[in-house]
Write a protein that binds this ligand. Structure first.
Ligand SMILES: *[C@@H]1O[C@H](CO)[C@@H](O)[C@H](O)[C@H]1NC(C)=O
Length: 292
């Protein structure tokens, strides 16, 4: 149904990676699906429950809950710096609303509520991501509380689950997915909790689902806010949930407490009938609906 999604899935299917024994003498493509597209499995890591991420020089340290460094990652550019965020053809971003903060004051918080949709009527191994996110102005990273249906590098399957992700250049970090049910209320929230010069500390997660909180210290400033439907492996309209998903109580506050007069931009997938509508704009109790 959606050409970009089919191209992406052509790289390799997740099931084949998981099932192939490592002794097999054929080349194994080390690619796993994350929001943003397929990425190298070696550069992906689950953050331990209660742990955190900290930028140290040009590295990112993954720390467990007791402060032990369990992994050190060195982010490297992915290539085209703008591909991650702004090119739906490359990434599987189907339809979304966004706002780029150029007001000179950092985003202090960005949150929204939405309801877990019904399970899609048909199963073709598709993966659907629904999230609010903030990204650097260079579009080479993202922090996002993500509702996921289908498989990804973090886990999942033919059910809805939530996890919080931080991606920077070629590195990917996520919390362990927590299963959620259709009809369940979610609140995805991101907040700036500290800053020093050009480095920023963020906290993100689903405020009403335990085990989804993620902290990053020393991040670049996150400046582009989005509400997004992303999908891979969709081969029929019924691979999406029925109806629509409304992001409600959308709130965005600047670090100084100001509420900017946001005019949200939208990107739609008209040929496939997938669209984003701004029902109520602005930064206080905005409402944005994604129609499948
Ligand atoms: C801290 O956490 C790590 C990783 O989970 C564990 O291996 C280590 O034993 C823990 N150290 C202490 C002092 O509890």
């Amino acid at each position: 149904m959606h050409a970009p999604a089919m191209r992406s899935v052509g790289i390799v299917t997740l099931a084949s990676i998981l099932l192939v024994p490592f002794t097999l003498a054929i080349p194994i493509v080390d690619q796993f699906l994350a929001p943003g597209g397929y990425r190298r499995g070696a550069n992906m890591m689950a953050v331990p429950l209660g742990g955190r991420l900290t930028h140290v020089g040009s590295d990112i340290h993954v720390m467990s809950a007791n402060g032990t460094v369990v992994h050190i990652a060195t982010p490297k550019p992915l290539g085209s710096p703008t591909a991650t965020a702004v090119s739906p053809e490359q990434t599987g971003w189907i339809t979304y609303a966004s706002w780029l903060n150029n007001l000179g004051v950092p985003i202090g918080s960005f949150g929204t509520n939405w309801i877990v949709p019904p399970v899609p009527a048909s199963q073709h191994g598709q993966t659907i991501f629904l999230f609010n996110s903030i990204e650097p102005g260079t579009f080479d990273g993202i922090m996002q509380p993500v509702l996921q249906y289908g498989p990804s590098a973090a886990g999942g399957g033919a059910f809805w689950a939530v996890a919080t992700w931080y991606l920077l250049q070629d590195q990917t970090f996520f919390t362990t997915p927590v299963k959620v049910n259709p009809g369940q209320n979610l609140r995805g929230a991101l907040s700036l909790v500290g800053s020093s010069g050009t480095t920023f500390n963020y906290h993100a997660g689903f405020t009403n689902v335990a085990g989804t909180e993620l902290d990053i210290n020393g991040s670049p400033q996150l400046e582009w806010a989005t509400l997004t439907l992303e999908a891979y492996g969709v081969t029929a309209a019924s691979d999406y949930p029925l109806g629509s998903t409304a992001f409600t109580s959308v709130g965005l506050e600047l670090e100084n407490g100001a509420r900017p007069a946001i005019s949200w931009s939208t990107v739609n997938d008209a040929p496939d009938g997938l669209s984003t509508t701004i029902n109520v704009g602005g930064s206080v109790n905005a409402v944005v609906t994604i129609k499948y």
